[in-house]
Ligand binder design. Structure first.
Ligand code: UDP
Length: 473
């Protein structure tokens, strides 16, 4: 286990975006929660400090907790490849998907237990009876029993799930049931995700976005352009993307002024390109390959200057997702097999994960630069990659699956694709948005408003505060 250090952030920062009554409510709740939890620590345990929605939210929620005067800490487990292969399988199963392998045998369960027991050693001693421990997702659920026996209030927080059960979800829950039944409370992003047999208290807390993080803070147009140019993703309109330099012998030379984040030495997009963007982990359920095929098979529906940009993390930086490299490779092969006229309109981009702020800054720039944002997931617990562009007033076309149907009101704050496997329909909806700037603007404005009302951190913190207080009292 290792600790992720997060600095305190004052709750009154919300005054920059929220009406005074909402800020007052939050401050008052923060004060009451801090009082109720005096002398206790709130521990968060997750599987990674970077990449994915959980890490994204913990970065800020932990900071606000500390800012409210609550001793809030975040630890990340360590595990080997086999452990993360098992938990990735669980992840797919709970989404109702088979993934690479659908079975989990008793040896897998033993290994899962052993890895988590090793993580508990040494760390558990820091937890005091009466503390609150939030275990995030299947990767950490196996710690619940030991922590409960130790006297902690244990909450299992699932960020994933499926509206409908099937043989795969049943298999996933069968594996996890003995572990999560030890928790005192379980938190899901939608009520439909909770399995019917769950006896611990179930609370529904949809995820949220932090408007002040490097990923979501306002950016000036020239900063957006500068960031994308330096990263070698989009050429600036006011330059050719080259930096001049003088050689030792006095002659002039130029060098490309970019880090070349487009894969396969792809050339940056022209400055006047309009971008259809999907930002996701390289995960089968995000269906990056489906977006690539939908776009390139129906290129004739789009104006000539529209380019597709599929953006995901540099998979070498992500430890808890063994499928990442494979999915990226599939996309690369698909792209490589396209005729040049199509290939030059579709781009893959891997963002470095070693610097969290740089990564966030680039995602921010990309989402603000995009003309239309896609999230063609086959399943989605709740997509921060939907909330983030909504906050930036971008029009979205997204699959009507999982939490996305709570996020987007179809035709009002975005456009929903009923069948996420219908590639032609996806292309038609996306192309329709490129053809209609007025509609894009309307959808974008309504999207921002919806996030402001429902999906900012204050609501999330209020819900957590209530839950923690009820457990501690
Ligand atoms: N993300 C990122 N860099 C990437 C891909 C994704 O920072 O290359 C972020 C994205 O902006 C979002 C999070 O990872 O904040 C993904 O969260 P989401 O809830 O959409 O999906 P998850 O990955 O948790 O399934």
């Amino acid at each position: 286990m290792r600790e992720v250090s997060v600095g305190a952030v004052a709750l009154d920062r919300f005054a920059q975006v929220l009406p005074p009554e909402r800020v007052a409510l939050l401050s008052e709740a923060g004060r009451r929660t801090a009082e109720a939890l005096a002398g206790r620590t709130v521990w968060n345990v997750s599987s990674t400090e970077r990449g994915g929605g959980v890490a994204e939210m913990l970065q800020t929620l932990v900071g606000y907790g500390r800012g409210a005067g609550i001793d809030t800490r975040w630890f990340v487990i360590t595990g080997d490849d086999r452990f993360f292969a098992v938990t990735k399988r669980l992840h797919n199963l709970l989404h109702g998907f088979r993934g690479d392998l659908d079975h989990l045998d008793p040896a897998d369960q033993d290994h899962y237990r052993e890895v988590l027991a090793r993580n508990l050693e040494g760390w558990q001693g820091q937890v005091s009876p009466g503390d609150i421990v939030l275990l995030h997702d299947p990767q950490t659920a196996g710690m619940a029993q030991a922590l409960r026996e130790h006297g902690a209030h244990v909450i299992w927080r699932s960020h994933i799930g499926s509206d409908r059960s099937n043989a795969y979800t049943d298999r996933g829950w069968t594996f996890l049931r003995p572990f999560i039944e030890s928790a005192e409370a379980c938190v899901f992003s939608r009520k439909e995700y909770a399995p019917p047999w769950l006896t611990p208290q179930v609370t529904v807390v949809p995820p949220s976005l932090d408007p002040f993080s490097a990923k979501n803070a306002p950016m000036a147009t020239h900063s957006i352009r500068g960031a994308l140019d330096r990263a070698g993703i989009v050429r600036r309109s006011d330059g050719d993307g080259n930096l001049a330099f003088v050689r030792r012998d006095g002659t002039a030379g130029t060098v490309r002024a970019h880090r070349g984040l487009l894969v396969d030495e792809d050339r940056p997009l022209p400055p006047d390109a309009e971008v259809l963007l999907q930002v996701s982990r390289w995960d089968h359920l995000k269906d990056m390959a489906g977006v690539l095929t939908a776009f390139t098979d129906h290129l004739d529906l789009f104006p000539q200057n529209v380019h597709l940009l599929l953006v995901g993390p540099d998979v070498r930086g992500v430890t808890d997702d063994p499928e990442g490299a494979q999915v990226l490779e599939e996309c690369r092969e698909l792209r490589a097999g396209l005729p040049p006229s199509k290939r030059e309109r579709a781009h893959l981009c891997c963002l470095p994960m070693d610097d969290v702020d740089e990564n966030a800054h680039l995602v921010n720039a990309l989402q603000r630069h995009a003309t239309v944002v896609a999230q063609k997931s086959l399943m989605e617990g709740f997509g921060l990659t939907v909330t983030e562009p909504m906050w930036k007033q971008r029009p979205l076309v997204a699959s009507a699956v999982g939490g996305i149907v709570d996020q987007i009101v179809d035709g009002v704050s975005g456009v929903l694709l009923d069948d996420p496997t219908d590639l032609e329909r996806f292309a038609t909806l996306a192309a329709g948005l490129f053809a209609d700037p007025g509609r894009r603007q309307q959808l974008g404005a309504a999207a921002h408003d919806r996030v402001l009302r429902q999906f900012l951190g204050d609501r999330h913190l209020l819900q957590y505060g209530e839950l923690f207080t009820s457990l501690a009292s």
